[in-house]
Design a protein around this ligand. Structure first.
Ligand SMILES: [Fe+2]
Length: 578
């Protein structure tokens, strides 16, 4: 049985396919159309999923869409009556969602009547929870989803046992932890969709000077929370996110009110310098998020009595808060879906149909994130040939694995910057050793070199370490697995000066714990680096330069040529500049 999940007409458009309950492919549309966080209809992602499964659209039995325009209809009507703009937006949303079968039929040039698939709508946060629980290795788990937008619930929790999930509660519009973070991110002058993680990085440079103010902006409500609505505008002005055209990156409307400015002081303009006050604001924002988020998790632990928790929703990307879960909430095991944001909904919605609706038992756990496109040796060789690399001052060599890894590790250990392209592309926003830029973790100046030469990012943003999983406890204060870079832990104080490049200013690292089972070749590369240097840690950042992560060999070669990377590995090929 084939089940297709589609996240359409929403940021992070994506598709995923399950064949007899096993995930076969999952990918974001942005990897194909090269528009970061692309919304619109993910036709290319769907095409890739069908090709990988070896089936046509007519052979899909169920199609799951992770949004239910009819969920919480009473609340939606209440707001629609008060806000005409909101009512107009709802009509548009409804029209788009009821039009998905038609959009599919026209993208794949088939008669809509020829499609035999049954269509299902799965509520946004239920799909988030499903993506976390059904991909986790836990037979039993508490579940929490939290984000900014989504079918009018903003947070949902419950428990999963076997193939069943039970929802125990939700916090509905307009109260939202994700929206709180997004609104303050905007107030601090970071206006783009997805900028929250920049502010999370900035917070490490500050002190929680404004924590009391933020306790009024997000108020305690028992052991959960509500927003001080006077500081926000979304409950009065309606939808906060629009797309100028279907495939474009989402654009956010203003989310904070004048009361926020009166409370916290003047807004920072996007080009204005970052002062200590802004760092303290970012730190206080994060501190309040952690109080509320960890408090909700503590309560969830008490209520369920379960040792494990599964997380999804945009807030689940807050690796700083996640890193504190094992020590502060009672939960011993944590699983975060690698595409915890809205891309992951495509997987969750499809799994919900297979397990919860059809009652099939669980046999799958997502223990790696490599569900995207891969390219053959011949495709790579042909891309290298077309780029005429050998004729433009590069040496190209196809090497046996052992030699490839030895030479590559030596290049990294010399402080050179390496593009590393292998196997299937990662699912989710993190590069995890298949579409990565890899560098030496030891030189203190590496962060600055990477920024100047390749990444052109804000200097306050940290780079991440990839560590051999079995060495985690020697280098970090916690050793709970973080295979998808969703946890930040303190680097042991005696190790900080050994890996300064991916150690953040507060002494933490957003680590990827690499196992031989999840990614054998990357694990071998880091092992070889350890053999040559004594350090089982490399710096890993996504293979891109202000664009979606590269997908095809040609895009990797373009990025290598455009930036000043020193070497590039594509499969078994090593390309070095002469
Ligand atoms: Fe979401």
């Amino acid at each position: 049985m084939n089940i297709l999940g589609i996240n359409a007409y929403h940021g992070n458009a994506s598709a995923a396919i399950l064949c007899n309950g096993r995930l076969v492919a999952a990918v974001e549309e942005e990897r194909f159309n090269r528009v970061k966080y692309a919304a619109g209809f993910p036709a290319a992602a769907i095409r890739y999923c069908l090709q990988t499964a070896g089936i046509t659209l007519k052979e899909v039995h169920h199609i799951a869409v992770p949004r239910n325009p009819y969920a919480r209809l009473g609340t939606k009507l209440f707001y629609a009556l008060r806000m005409p703009s909101f009512a107009r937006e709802r009509v548009k949303v409804l029209a788009k969602f009821t039009g998905i079968p038609k959009a599919l039929a026209s993208a794949f040039d088939v008669d809509p009547k020829a499609l035999s698939a049954q269509f299902h709508r799965v509520e946004h946060h239920i799909a988030h929870l499903a993506s976390a629980f059904y991909c986790s290795p836990f037979a039993e788990s508490a579940l929490l989803s939290a984000d900014g937008l989504g079918d009018f619930a903003r947070s949902m929790w419950g428990a999963g046992r076997g193939q069943r999930m039970k929802i125990d509660g939700s916090i509905v519009f307009p109260h939202s932890l994700g929206l709180y973070y997004s609104a303050v991110t905007q107030y601090l002058g970071f206006l783009k969709f997805g900028d929250e993680y920049k502010v999370m990085g900035l917070g490490a440079y500050g002190e929680p000077e404004f924590l009391e103010e933020f306790r009024d902006i997000v108020r305690a409500n028992g052991t959960r929370f509500q927003l001080g609505l006077e500081y926000f505008t979304h409950h009065r002005t309606g939808p906060e996110m629009t797309w100028a055209e279907a495939d474009k990156t989402p654009v956010l409307g203003k989310m904070y009110s004048d009361a926020m400015t009166r409370k916290l002081g003047p807004v920072r303009a996007p080009e204005a310098p970052i002062e200590q006050r802004h760092k303290n604001l970012a730190c206080s924002l994060q501190a309040r998020l952690e109080e509320v988020y960890l408090g909700m998790l503590r309560r969830l632990h008490e209520e369920t009595g379960i040792k494990s928790v599964c997380l999804a929703g945009g807030v689940a990307f807050n690796c700083v808060a996640n890193g504190k879960i094992p020590a502060q909430t009672g939960f011993e095991n944590v699983y975060v879906h690698p595409a915890a944001g809205d891309a992951g909904l495509a997987v969750g919605a499809a799994q919900y149909i297979w397990h919860q609706l059809l009652g099939n038992p669980r046999e799958f756990a997502m223990d790696h994130a490599y569900w995207g496109p891969e390219f053959s040796r011949d495709q790579i060789a042909s891309a290298i040939g077309s780029a005429r690399l050998a004729e433009t001052g590069c040496t190209v060599a196809e090497l046996p694995e052992e030699e490839l890894l030895r030479q590559t590790a030596a290049i990294i250990a010399e402080g050179k910057i390496l593009g590393w392209f292998q196997g299937r592309a990662e699912w989710g926003p993190g590069a995890l050793g298949n579409r990565s830029i890899v560098a030496d973790s030891r030189p203190p100046e590496m962060k600055e070199i990477l920024n100047r030469r390749i990444k052109h990012r804000e200097i306050f943003r940290p780079f991440a370490p990839s560590i051999l999983a079995e060495k985690t406890a020697e280098w970090f204060e916690h050793s709970h697995p973080s295979p998808f870079m969703t946890m930040a832990y303190a680097v042991k104080s005696e190790k900080r000066d050994k890996i300064p490049a991916p150690t953040h200013v507060d002494g933490t690292g957003r680590l990827q714990t690499v196992t031989a089972t999840a990614n054998l070749r990357y694990w071998k590369l880091i092992s070889e680096f350890e053999k040559q240097t004594g350090v089982p840690v490399v710096l890993n950042t996504s293979f891109n330069d202000n664009e979606p992560i590269v997908c095809k060999p040609q895009e990797a070669i373009d990025c290598f040529e455009r930036t000043r990377m020193d070497a590039l590995v594509l499969g078994d090929f090593l390309v070095t500049r002469n």
